[in-house]
Design a protein around this ligand. Structure first.
Ligand code: UGA
Length: 426
């Protein structure tokens, strides 16, 4: 297998056995591949295509001005197409990048046909979306729920089915557009569940004697969400998205909901529910910052320890992280913010310019008026809050992820989780 990228430095590091992003198991996978001579990385796309039977396009498709930017994937398709001219045997091009429905058929196919001088069919064309989560990407890939194969024709579908032969999960054969849309719909469902839960949190915050954790707990116990297996209640994975929090972020959910809405809008198709999902998510940071301000009387001149920066635990990824939005809002409201995250490095990201990054929980909490948890890092519930709170000017914790809900905290700490009515906790 040959990995191709335009970034020379990234290629150099991979060839030296280094994973260029934080992902459990990735480093080992790269090292094994190199040691067994089954993996190499290069910036030369042409020779890589010529030496293989399948090319998988998995370049980024970022959102620009609210629409998906296809320039990278189009550029990669052009190069692959040019290389196909000299391959001299049947070759399958697989689109793994997330692209709006119709892109492979109406944008990438013409590019490939023009640059290769061949018609689709003479080369294979498939859409094979990925459903990996950051932080468990290797595990998700090795043990997938399903493999979706959108195919131009039977011949190329068969090549992909053979490629994935050793995987025992269901393999779903679809049209190119269904595979493209299925990926968006999958993420749109997760985003919808999150915004739904956050809306219920808001309801609970305004309704005396209600707590979102209890209310959603009763919903989770529905057997359609929690299976009864040998007398044990086992919640299905999707329940993880039915928890209130600081909103969804990352490189996928916000981008995919945005791209799908824009794509539908251009075709005159209404997406009222997804519009509301995005709107609820946009307001999440504002609600959390307002809650913090209410609790402290005012944010102006207050020092706050923001705990967490990554868009979710298990990663150092800051892309579209709700924590960055919250940080900016806190600062524009006049608060002095000190940030601590267990893995986000202390330099580099432009979003962190002029931000004080603490290197330990002690440093983060020294003399602050409140701690605000915005990423659900499990470490936070293992901290010795009794000792840490003695460093704080005021022992106040605002928990925007409900991370410490089940942690025993000393009585002198004022603990404010989300989704609980301000007037009901005494
Ligand atoms: C997501 C999907 O889960 C994957 O199936 C998909 O393959 C991937 O996007 C992709 O399109 O490539 P990922 O972005 O890694 O994966 O993150 P998730 O674990 O789904 O979390 C997304 C966001 O939702 C995070 O900000 C997380 O904190 C938030 N979230 C999650 C909540 O706010 N509440 C929850 O209950 C669960």
């Amino acid at each position: 297998m040959t990995l191709v990228d335009v970034d020379r430095e990234r290629i150099r590091r991979i060839n030296e056995g280094e994973a260029t992003l934080q992902e459990p198991g990735l480093q080992e996978l790269i090292r094994d591949g190199l040691a067994q001579d089954r993996l190499r990385a290069t910036t030369e796309l042409g020779p890589a295509v010529m030496g293989s039977d399948v090319s998988i396009l998995s370049v980024g498709t970022p959102l620009r001005k609210g629409r998906i930017d296809l320039s990278f994937v189009r550029g990669a398709a052009e190069e692959v197409g040019r290389a196909l001219r000299t391959v001299g045997r049947y070759h399958v091009v697989v689109v793994k990048s997330t692209v709006v429905p119709g892109t492979t058929q109406t944008v990438l196919r013409p590019v490939l046909e023009e640059t290769s001088g061949m018609r689709a069919g003479a080369f294979g064309l498939c859409v094979n979306p990925e459903f990996l989560r950051e932080g468990s990407a290797v595990r998700d890939f090795m043990d997938p729920d399903r493999i979706v194969i959108g195919a131009w024709d039977d011949r190329c579908a068969l090549v992909l089915e053979r490629l994935y032969e050793s995987f025992s999960c269901p393999k779903l054969r679809t049209s190119l557009a269904e595979a493209e849309l299925g990926k968006y719909v999958s993420n749109a469902l997760l985003a919808t569940l999150i915004s739904f839960s956050n809306e219920i949190a808001g309801l609970c915050e305004g309704l005396p004697d209600t707590d979102v954790e209890t209310v959603m707990g009763s919903v989770h116990l529905d057997r359609r969400l929690t299976a009864l297996h040998e007398g044990l209640h086992v919640p299905v994975g999707i329940c993880a998205y039915l928890r209130a929090g600081a909103g969804f972020g990352g490189s996928c959910l916000p981008k995919d909901v945005g791209a799908l809405r824009a794509h539908a809008r251009e075709r005159g198709i209404p997406t009222r529910l997804l519009d509301a999902v995005a709107q609820v998510n946009r307001h999440r940071a504002e609600i959390i910052v307002r809650l913090t301000g209410q609790l402290l009387g005012s944010l102006r001149g207050r020092t706050i320890a923001q705990l967490g920066l990554a868009f979710k635990p298990g990663t150092d990824d800051l892309r579209d992280s709700p924590a960055i939005t919250i940080l900016k809002r806190l600062r524009s409201s006049g608060a002095d913010v000190r940030v601590y995250d267990p893995v986000v490095p202390s330099s580099g990201d432009p979003a962190l310019r002029r931000v004080v990054l603490a290197s330990s929980p002690e440093e983060a909490l020294e003399g602050v008026d409140a701690a605000l948890i915005v990423t659900d890092w499990p470490q936070f519930s293992e901290w010795d809050w009794g000792s840490l709170s003695s460093r704080m000017r005021q022992p106040v914790i605002i928990d925007a992820r409900n991370t410490l809900r089940r942690t025993r905290l000393p009585d002198h700490i004022l603990y404010r989780p989300i989704g609980r009515c301000l007037g009901s906790d005494g």
